[in-house]
Design a protein around this ligand. Structure first.
Ligand code: GLU
Length: 327
């Protein structure tokens, strides 16, 4: 059986882009008669805000989504909140250490930027130059694995080579993490598991078969496959759905006006208009059609999704808010 998930980070309001990704992940699972899991990714404690998780879940329900497992409904793989799953990440770190892949890194961002000989400033900063890669973690020294603040991060060694996968929307993709990011962080200096590790451990533990998420995470996928292999975990299928951009080509954000689910809800916009509008941006509904997610299940197919980002104009957003009539 197909098992899908949506994994919001409770760091801010859910905007239309997040909502569309959630809708598509939900449609993918439901169209296949599969289960849908809600998992809260709250490991970035510096950015997590109290009360946001509850709000996000409430807004997703308002939109018409439901889930079979999640923080508020429980399930066989509880807890569904990452900050409560630390021992699972620690166990994975120990396995990486046992394979001789884990090392301590005391480098600051500045050190890395300065040491990077050919400054390859990608979205995630310069490639890690390997400065600390010989400081392998001895898995028999428990204090090294104990979590809590430390003056080092833990990185995993990455050997050169392309990692290829067939993405459900984006097609055949290949990345070479050694060339792009280099050895990457799996446990941060604050003791928390890094996103790349936590997502792999949790998707496997929760039996996720299909990862449907935004295309901004496409390049992370290679690192995640690498971790799956190192940890001998099954590699899920990946379906990266296009991002939604404002007319200026930037990701939809506050400056584009009221684009959060909460604002639309408070403005009295009916949820079927929002789900219909989201579906129309990816060809699953007619412009102006008001339709709840359940009504879209029979129409869904990944083949209908474009690989290009969706640009939404100001006029398009105005129509959603209802101040310019339906459409
Ligand atoms: N928590 C991540 C985010 O909100 C999503 C991670 C994922 O879907 O793999 O961007």
């Amino acid at each position: 059986m197909i098992r899908g998930r949506f994994a919001p980070s409770p760091t801010g309001a859910l905007h239309l882009g997040n909502a569309r990704t959630a809708l598509l992940a939900w449609l993918h699972a439901r169209a296949h008669g599969g289960a849908f899991i809600m998992r809260v990714e709250d490991l970035d404690s510096g950015r997590v805000r109290a009360g946001i998780m509850e709000r996000q879940l409430d807004e997703l329900r308002w939109l018409g989504l439901d889930w079979d497992e999640g923080p508020d409904v429980g399930g066989p793989h509880a807890p569904y909140i990452q900050s409560q799953r630390q021992e699972r990440y620690d166990a994975a770190l120990r396995r990486l250490a046992e394979r001789g892949l884990l090392f301590e890194c005391t480098c600051s961002r500045k050190d890395i930027a300065q040491a990077a000989s050919a400054p390859h400033e990608g979205e995630e900063g310069p490639r890690y130059p390997g400065s600390c890669r010989d400081r392998l973690v001895d898995p028999s020294v428990p204090s090294l694995m104990a979590h809590g603040r430390a003056d080092f991060a833990l990185r995993v060694r990455v050997e050169p080579g392309a990692i290829c996968f067939a993405d459900g929307v984006m097609g055949d993709c290949c990345f070479d993490p050694a060339a792009e990011t280099g050895d990457f962080v799996v446990r941060r200096k604050d003791g928390a598991a890094a996103y790349q590790l936590a997502v792999v451990v949790d998707d496997a533990a929760m039996g996720v078969t299909h990862v449907v998420r935004g295309a901004d995470l496409l390049s992370s996928t290679a690192r995640q496959i690498l971790l799956c292999r190192a940890l001998e975990l099954p590699v899920p299928a990946f379906v990266h759905v296009p991002l939604m951009l404002g007319a200026d080509g930037e990701r939809l954000a506050k400056r584009h006006g009221a684009v959060s689910l909460g604002e639309l809800r408070e403005a009295g916009v009916p949820p079927e208009r929002v789900s219909g509008w989201l579906a129309a941006t990816c060809g699953l509904a007619a412009p102006g059609e008001e339709i709840a997610p359940a009504g879209l299940v029979a129409r869904f197919g990944v083949a209908r999704l474009s690989t290009a980002p969706t640009t939404v104009s100001e006029a398009h957003l105005v129509r959603l808010r209802g101040d310019g009539g339906p459409g």
